[in-house]
Design a protein around this ligand. Structure first.
Ligand code: XMP
Length: 315
């Protein structure tokens, strides 16, 4: 199959998929978990073009998204594309379930399981859903030996097994991005850096607290804004705040605060990764802004570890 590398090829692909989706779905309703990531966003935009209001998008805000993400999903899909979008504020639910949980894999499991529960509840509120759309892409199929292609990824219960609609399942990530651009999605959505499913949860190490999570979100937004001034963007760049306090001094008084850790890496396949050199004046600017704008932080560190032995994320 020809790879989708140009706007013209993307437009031909979109026309073909719109036709196929209309044929597959008819006048029935389709459900989609819309995270705001590249794959689910492109699938949403394709389906909106094909079947409009017959698509029900569910955006679950689990409280671990980056600054501005839920707002952008609402703005792009509900306001600009007139999508049938259900926004679920599940922040309290997730944070209550995660309270006191320190072990990274346990945190991941809780986040994954709670996500399915919230999505299932919303799905049950909808009448007449017959299809489930998914942003499966070709590497997902290769990696899972086809398993993901045949099952509802979410692990929905047996009485909720819908027929799948997977319009980008034969595309690689770079092709999905070209299609997203041709569908009119904003650049910062289509070309955004990879972001893990458990989100800021694995960057707020140990037991997540609301104040430290807020600090990660704010510091991360500052670092993204500054790093995006670089000519060539790193593969991933973000902030982690370990669950450790150290001594600081303010108005002559000593107090305990957190350290924000800046991380920027390049990689080809995320199996190995190299720390990216950040110019010192940029580091200084990020330090000054984080200290001035983010409550609770009294130190800023730069993580120059490569993978291996460090992983990309802190958990
Ligand atoms: P590590 O930290 O293992 O990360 O070097 C490799 C890549 O995977 C991402 N990552 C995740 N993605 N769920 C995800 O969807 C996860 O639990 C998860 N953990 C790590 C990480 O951001 C990096 O791109």
């Amino acid at each position: 199959m020809e790879r989708i590398t140009t706007q013209a090829l993307a437009e031909a692909f979109i026309d073909e998929k719109v036709k196929e989706i209309k044929e597959q779905v008819g006048d029935k309703k389709v459900l989609l978990a819309l995270s705001g990531g590249v794959d689910s966003s492109v699938v949403a935009a394709l389906l909106i073009k094909a079947i409009g209001q017959q698509l029900v998008c569910v955006h679950v805000n689990h409280g671990l998204l980056r600054k501005g993400e839920p707002e952008q999903v609402i703005e792009v899909f509900r306001d600009q594309m007139n999508a049938n979008l259900v926004y679920v504020d599940a922040v309290d639910r997730f944070l209550e379930k995660l309270a006191g949980v320190e072990e990274p894999e346990k945190k991941r499991k809780i986040i994954g399981a709670e996500f399915i529960r919230v999505f299932e509840e919303e799905a049950r509120k909808q009448e007449g859903i017959e299809f489930l759309a998914q942003g499966t892409i070709y590497p997902d199929i290769l990696e899972s030996d086809g398993v993901k292609a045949h099952h509802n990824v979410g692990g929905l219960p047996d009485d909720m097994q819908f027929e799948l609609v997977e319009p980008v399942k034969l595309l690689y990530k770079d092709e999905v991005r070209v299609v997203g651009e041709a569908l009119g999605l904003p650049d910062n959505m289509v070309y955004r850096q990879p972001f893990p499913g458990p989100g800021l949860g694995v960057r707020c190490t140990g037991a997540i607290t609301r104040d430290r999570l807020e600090a990660v979100r704010e510091a991360d937004a500052i670092v993204r804004e500054e790093i995006e001034k670089m000519e060539s963007l790193p593969w991933q760049y973000f902030v982690a705040i370990p669950d450790v306090k150290s001594t600081g001094i303010k108005d002559g008084k000593r107090y305990m605060g957190w350290a924000a850790v800046i991380r920027a890496i390049n990689t080809v396949d995320a199996v190995t990764a190299e720390s990216v050199e950040i110019p010192f004046d940029m580091l200084r600017r990020m330090r000054d802004r984080i200290i001035a704008e983010v409550p609770g932080i009294n130190r800023v560190l730069w993580d120059i570890s490569d993978k291996p032995v460090a992983t990309i994320e802190w958990e």
